[in-house]
Design a binder for this molecule. Structure first.
Ligand SMILES: [Zn+2]
Length: 462
């Protein structure tokens, strides 16, 4: 089987380009991870799921063990300081707790852990070293406890975002301070006040902490090298974050590129509007998981092409769950257990190789479902292998139907439901149909549907 050429839309060149890795034996991808001060919302989950599919595809093409996927954790940020202060807890407690919930939430979405997950707090030495290199090369300067990157020192600054200079200035995070040589200069290092509970480290420029952008430049260099293949993240990171990462990394390492391909997923709205707490459409993954299975959330995220804006709705989520019910019904009906480890159908690999066209890959999956429903058992293995590339349909169908979130299932545990079904079977054996019907109705009221078959009674949460 020949593998189709992977094509990737590159934000820097504004083109869909053939993907050629620097080293086929070690394909390297860096994706900006969460700033850990609060639970992940559904907009944070989109890049996690999108780049999880890309990592799966890269491993399919180049082989397990030939891909290094790094996704960082930003655990130094002023939002973190503010939240820890608000809650009256140490910063490290807040970041550790948030990371734990993040990991559990992303696992529920079937997102595999990245190969490497660096924390900013573990990379301080490398940041200080990189800032010193930038100062030595004349790309940065120290002033009043700060170190700033001097934007005019880089001839082709701004190629990724193609912003005009006045827009660049508006994006330089701190206000125009008297110590700035140029209004567009941005912070690499800033002073910390321990009295205010700000985290800090000793440096040649005094006690302080890094700016956000230098964190990713230092972490990606440490793990993937001076240049690597793919850098990803959400569209909102193009400016200033990724533009500034490029400036720091290229100037520090004297390279033409930081990454050869820049990929950005589109914006996410909820219920047709920008997510906001006041509109009541601010969905955290954690809350959604109480109502819906993680796999349904994942499917909904993949139904829209990653570059397109996505309108996330509860109605869409319910529809995604029904779709998965249909898949798992068909898989359960066959009886035999098949694994997703066989050959993936060419149609799915082709679709994903075309700039990660997940809607098209899902339509191929639906064609395979129709064939399976017509009794064509030969497609079963391929359907599962193709779905594995998308991170879908990998659980036992029984677990899917039983494992729906508790709030949607009357609060009964699986064992309690099994015990009730056992009692109903006994009653039926004794021809006590009044009791057996009563148990069935009771379970039905709780959203649990019984199906009597030759092998006995199975159940699912409807
Ligand atoms: Zn980043």
């Amino acid at each position: 089987m020949t593998t189709p050429t992977l094509k990737i839309h590159d934000t820097l060149s504004r083109e869909k380009r053939d993907f050629v890795p620097q080293d086929e034996k070690n394909v390297r991808m860096y994706v900006c991870g969460p700033t850990v001060y609060d639970k992940a919302h559904i907009g944070n989950a989109r890049p996690v799921v999108v780049f999880d599919v890309l990592a799966r595809l890269l491993r399919h093409i180049y082989g397990e063990g030939h891909v290094t996927y790094a996704r960082n954790i930003t655990d130094i940020d002023d939002k973190i300081n503010a939240r820890a202060h608000e809650r009256g807890i140490p910063i490290r407690d807040l970041t550790d707790q948030t990371i734990e919930v993040f990991h559990a939430d992303m696992k529920a979405l079937n997102a595999l852990p990245p190969d490497v997950e660096p924390r900013a707090t573990d990379t301080i030495d490398e940041m200080i070293e990189m800032i010193q290199v930038l100062i030595d090369k004349g790309n940065a300067y120290a002033a009043e406890g700060h170190v700033l990157f001097n934007v005019p020192s880089m001839d082709d600054y701004g190629r990724l975002s193609r912003r005009k200079r006045d827009e660049q200035i508006a994006g330089a995070r701190v206000e125009v301070a008297p110590y700035k040589k140029d209004a567009a200069d941005f912070v690499l290092w800033k002073p910390s006040d321990p009295e205010k509970g700000e985290p800090g480290w000793d440096s040649p420029w005094g006690y302080g902490r890094p700016g956000w952008h230098i964190e990713c430049s230092a972490m990606s260099k440490k793990i993937l090298g001076e240049t690597f293949d793919i850098h990803g993240g959400g569209l909102d990171l193009i400016f200033p974050h990724h533009e500034n990462e490029i400036a720091q990394s290229r100037c520090a390492h004297d390279t033409d590129v930081m990454a050869n391909y820049w990929m950005h997923n589109g914006y996410l709205m909820a219920e047709g509007e920008k997510m906001s707490k006041s509109l009541g459409n601010f969905y955290t993954v954690n809350e959604l998981l109480e109502e819906f299975p993680g796999e349904a959330i994942r499917l909904l995220l993949l139904k829209t092409h990653y570059r397109q804006p996505l309108d996330f709705t509860k109605e869409g989520l319910a529809e995604a769950k029904r779709e998965l019910d249909g898949f798992y019904q068909a898989l359960r009906a066959g009886g035999t257990t098949a694994s997703g480890s066989g050959d993936s159908p060419a149609g799915i690999v082709d679709a994903l190789s075309d700039d990660l066209n997940t809607p098209k890959a899902l339509s191929v999956l639906h064609e395979l479902l129709s064939a399976l429903n017509r009794g064509d058992e030969a497609v079963r293995q391929g359907l599962l292998a193709g779905a594995a590339l998308l991170g879908l349909l990998q659980q036992d169908p029984e677990d899917w139907f039983k494992g729906q979130p508790k709030s949607a299932a009357g609060g009964l545990s699986d064992d309690e439901i099994d015990a009730k079904i056992q009692a109903r079977t006994e009653a039926r054996k004794n021809k006590d149909f009044a009791t057996s019907d009563a148990i069935r109705d009771e379970l039905q009221d709780m959203g649990i549907i019984l199906e009597d078959g030759a092998q006995g009674t199975t159940w699912r949460r409807g």
